[in-house]
Design a protein around this ligand. Structure first.
Ligand SMILES: [Zn+2]
Ligand SMILES: [Zn+2]
Length: 82
């Protein structure tokens, strides 16, 4: 259970839950943790997790810099192939 960030009502700590009092939709950010992306694992992981300690799945938690680097590399590839 978590507290609704808007009205402080105790509600189920699952992403996608809608607060019955104020109708606010609960997101993973509100909860402070996330679930393993592996459908057969679904372990609860801290938001800062890089990989799942249960099944070893890599969590996509790329920083902005990593994303930019990937885009730059893609553009370089395209330019080189011209
Ligand atoms: Zn609420
Ligand atoms: Zn897992």
């Amino acid at each position: 259970m978590i507290k609704c960030p808007k009205c402080n009502k105790q509600i189920s700590a699952r992403p996608g839950t809608v607060c019955p009092r104020c109708k606010r939709k609960i997101t993973q950010n509100d909860i402070g943790y996330m679930f393993c992306p592996e459908p057969e694992c679904k372990a609860i992981l801290p938001k800062s997790a890089v990989y799942c300690p249960k099944c070893g799945a890599k969590i996509r938690n790329e920083s902005v810099n990593e994303k930019i680097n990937k885009i730059v590399k893609k553009i370089e590839k395209i330019l080189n192939s011209l």
